[in-house]
Design a protein around this ligand. Structure first.
Ligand code: EPU
Length: 431
């Protein structure tokens, strides 16, 4: 068990390479279960969520290799093994095993997903979709049991725009008999990426990236080679890091359109952002940042996953800023930690209200979830003195080599093992 230490205040400079998208990767890997010959995916991020999913595919009989960011799976010998416990509970995206295994085997048993604790995260829309396709779904002792005699196309209207439900229903529908129409579908780039992989495998999908997706079921899906899209949330995190303290930070391998809402917001705050074809250059402004209000929305609105990182930057803006999370109204566990570091911020309902600028000071803080961790790294880079972040496994779930990437641009950041009493405290909390 490690902790992260950051000595704040160093000026950053250089180029950072963005990895493949975590939230695509965690859906693309389960999607390969549906193929009847080997699939290769290039540029997968080297993060613990990907390694956990590789383990799960091996557990159900897949032959998997993951080296130098290339993932190769032979899914032919996979079986419909129940996965009620174990690694499946470590990440929320294991819910994609439900759609993929249901699509291939017409049955699945998956332990209820874990992942970041952002308040209630129901999966009722996923289940409604599976049922519409002909599955019987029950919840027995904390695991979801799915069974279907056969799967048939259906018209499904999502009551809530959900990334997970949209992808999961696509996975279950690609081999169902007849046409499935998903209405009020989510439009995130990760959905298009999954549809692209499935199409290369032989699926018939139209409309991914719009709010109506049409899937025409096919009998067989075959192997293929696919290149994942870059991670827009990692790119956004580094854009914020650039705005917080870089002379010039070049973010390489990014699709600028995917981060437009952040680009606009940073410019509104007075940050210099220059956009190229697949690169973005961000420089810290010599002037005080302007305050701004932000509301998270479904894509192409401002992403909830950048709400926590942006909050750290907003502590440096003059006046009052309000950041409202309409997707996860309780995604504010980073706020107490930022206050420990000297931020003047409070939570009211679904909003964080900041009054700045605040002088941040290094402190001992906790990465309560993945993006809270990112927000604390950003705060640590700006703070005076040393910041110690514990529970870094949350950060390692989603950021590929974050320490190495930050060191390469001049940050003073390193890992240290937890002291004995810190490790004991951690173990006690986990019991
Ligand atoms: N919702 C329901 N019922 C459902 C599904 C969702 O009420 O059946 C609600 C959720 O509670 C939430 C909203 O709908 O209020 C949107 O949730 P969505 O299903 O879109 O989220 P998700 O698919 O579970 C993914 C990402 C999250 C990201 C959200 C929103 C993955 C594995 N996770 O979650 O990423 O915050 O979309 O964009 O793709 C992260 O990367 O840190 C992360 C948490």
């Amino acid at each position: 068990m490690d902790k992260l230490l950051i000595e704040g205040g160093t000026r950053l400079n250089g180029t950072v390479q963005i990895s493949g998208a975590k939230n695509s990767a965690v859906a693309l890997i389960p999607a390969t279960i549906l193929a009847d010959s080997p699939v290769t995916i290039d540029q997968l991020p080297d993060i613990s969520d990907v390694r956990t999913l590789c383990k799960l595919l091996r557990e159900i009989g897949g032959t998997v290799s993951f080296k130098d960011h290339t993932f190769v799976v032979d899914p032919r010998k996979m079986v419909d093994m129940p996965l009620p416990n174990g690694p499946v509970k470590r990440l929320r995206a294991s819910y994609y095993l439900m759609g993929a295994m249901l699509g291939r085997f017409h049955k699945a048993v998956i332990g209820l997903p874990g992942g970041c604790n952002l308040g209630p995260r129901p999966i009722d829309q996923h289940i409604k979709g599976f049922e519409a396709l002909g599955a019987k779904v029950t919840n027995e002792r904390g695991a979801i049991y799915l069974r279907a005699e056969s799967l048939h196309g259906a018209r499904i209207y999502l009551d809530v725009v959900s990334v997970g439900a949209t992808i999961n229903i696509m996975l279950a529908a690609v081999k169902a008999e007849g046409q499935t129409i998903i209405e009020n579908a989510a439009k995130e780039p990760e959905i298009i990426d999954v549809a692209t992989l499935l199409t290369s495998m032989g699926a018939k999908i139209k409309g991914a990236g719009t709010d109506v997706i049409r899937v025409e079921g096919v009998q067989e899906l075959h192997g293929c080679r696919h290149m994942i899209i870059p991670d827009r949330i990692e790119a956004g995190t580094f854009m914020i890091i650039g705005a917080a303290g870089a002379d010039h930070l070049l973010i390489d391998n990014v699709i600028p359109q995917h981060v437009e809402s952040l680009t606009a917001k940073l410019r509104e705050m007075g940050v210099d952002v220059q956009v190229g074809e697949d690169q973005i250059l961000v420089s810290k402004s010599g002037r005080l940042l302007k305050n701004a209000d932000v509301k998270t929305l479904v894509y192409p609105g401002f992403p909830t996953d950048l709400q926590q990182p942006l909050t750290s930057l907003m502590t440096q803006a003059a006046g009052t800023s309000i950041i409202t999370d309409t997707i996860y109204g309780a995604r504010f566990k980073h706020i107490d930690e930022l206050r420990r570091m000297g931020a003047n911020v409070k939570v009211e309902g679904r909003s964080a209200i900041l009054s700045g600028p605040s002088d941040l000071e290094g402190a001992k803080v906790r990465a309560t979830d993945l993006r809270a961790g990112a927000s604390l790294v950003i705060a640590g880079l700006m703070a005076k003195g040393i910041t110690e972040i514990v529970d870094v496994e949350h950060i390692d779930r989603g950021y590929d080599h974050i320490v190495e990437k930050l060191r390469s641009i001049g940050a003073a950041i390193w890992r240290e093992p937890l002291l004995d009493d810190e490790a004991r405290e951690r173990l006690k909390e986990q019991e």
